[in-house]
Design a protein around this ligand. Structure first.
Ligand SMILES: Cc1cc2nc3c(=O)[nH]c(=O)nc-3n(C[C@H](O)[C@H](O)[C@H](O)COP(=O)(O)O)c2cc1C
Length: 364
């Protein structure tokens, strides 16, 4: 059974409910892989076929980045598994890395439903989830017991009711909680659905916050005996001067990497479509050019060696290659999983397996 056949049925359901089914299927896949779900179960063949075959993948050289070894270049973007409930199942889909969260220090319900909308003709989503999550400690506890051998990042944010001038305290609290179990930590200052959050991208707010986080990270490295790279996740709606200012801060502070980008508040490519005027962040195909543009600028300004993770509208092997050419070392996706299904992971791994000098990219 291919996801293409299943998709019309999935799309009859409310997007958030369908997402819940997806998470449940992943937890079953996890049990199937670990032998806890009997191979003869009616669900087993369905789960196996949805995952898609990775058997004929060419050999993939692991990628050394951020002091970590990524099994492949394709990752799951933040927001899909906010509470780290199915990291092992996501690993079984073939992701080289999984970013869980956004988590906040205290649990919170997020915004009122409905808060996720499909724009099928544009292969896009609009969401205004507002970080519903069970709190950083629950996610950390689950990560402690993971079997998945790939890389796990934890994306951290602030609670909706924490005033902006206390935001640093929330990020520090999250860092304290997840430091021992995260392979990297992503500082989310770019979600459009927490009032004021994106203002943290302004240099005079960001500079002291990054300094505080890096100082705490150094203390935690001593306590926990491990180095955890710190990355910042930025918006696609920044002006060129704003990007230049962030780059200056990144270089000065000693931050390890950048994730570009989050969803956009722009509606320039979806005007007139049903749901286009819903408040929230737009993700998927219409975001691709904005994200590529930001990644290109970052690569130009940060030089060839600085770690960049590219995300936004990657829904095909060509789009993934384009993101690599723009300068991303690794890619992430979310919305393409909804529109293309899990096989997209294998397709992107196949496209990105050869080194960037190989004919695949040269021909592109
Ligand atoms: C429903 C939904 C929830 C999301 N939640 C988060 C989140 O909690 N934290 C975050 O940093 N990004 C979140 N994102 C943004 C994605 O991680 C990603 O940056 C964005 O969707 C662009 O990638 P895509 O076009 O492949 O979906 C969310 C996206 C969607 C669609």
């Amino acid at each position: 059974m291919s996801y293409r056949l299943l998709r019309p049925l999935v799309f009859l359901a409310d997007p958030e409910r369908a997402h819940g089914w997806g998470l449940e299927a992943l937890r079953r896949l996890e049990r199937l892989e670990s032998g806890r779900l009997h191979k003869a179960s009616a669900l087993a063949p369905l789960l196996a076929s949805l995952r898609g075959g990775a058997a004929d993948l060419p050999p993939e050289a692991p990628v050394e980045l951020l002091g970590l070894r990524f099994p492949n270049r394709v990752g799951l973007a933040a927001g899909f598994d906010k509470n780290a409930t199915c990291v092992d199942g996501l690993g079984a889909l073939g992701f080289g890395f999984v970013e869980v969260g956004t988590v906040t220090p205290r649990p919170q319900p997020g915004q009122a439903k409905p808060r996720v909308f499909r724009l099928p003709s544009a292969e896009a989503l609009i969401n205004r989830m507002g970080f519903p999550n069970e709190g950083a400690a629950r996610a950390a506890e689950r990560l402690r017991h993971r079997q998945y051998r790939g890389i796990v990042g934890v994306n951290i944010g602030k609670n909706a009711d924490t005033p902006l001038d206390r935001a640093t305290d929330d990020y520090l609290a999250c860092l304290d909680t997840v430091h021992a179990v995260a392979d990297y930590v992503a500082v989310n200052i770019s979600s459009p659905n927490t009032a004021g959050l994106r203002d943290l991208q302004e240099a005079d707010r960001l500079a002291p916050m990054l300094d505080a986080l890096l100082e705490r990270r150094a203390e935690l490295a001593k306590t926990n005996g491990r180095e955890v790279p710190l990355l910042v996740k930025i918006a696609p709606d920044l002006t060129e001067p704003a990007i230049a200012a962030i780059v200056g801060l990144i270089q000065r502070s000693g931050l390890d990497g950048v994730i570009a980008t989050n969803s956009t508040v722009s509606r320039q490519y979806v005007g007139g479509l049903e749901h286009a005027n819903e408040a929230g962040g737009l993700s998927g195909a219409p975001l691709r050019h904005l994200s590529l543009h930001v990644v290109r600028q970052l690569r130009q300004r940060l030089g060839p060696a600085f770690p960049i993770i590219g995300v936004g509208g990657i829904n095909s092997p060509q789009a993934a290659l384009e993101m690599r050419v723009a300068g991303a070392d690794l890619v992430q996706l979310y919305t393409a999983l909804v529109y293309e299904g899990p096989r997209i992971v294998t397709e992107l791994r196949r496209a990105l397996a050869p080194p960037p000098t190989a004919p695949a990219i040269a021909a592109y």
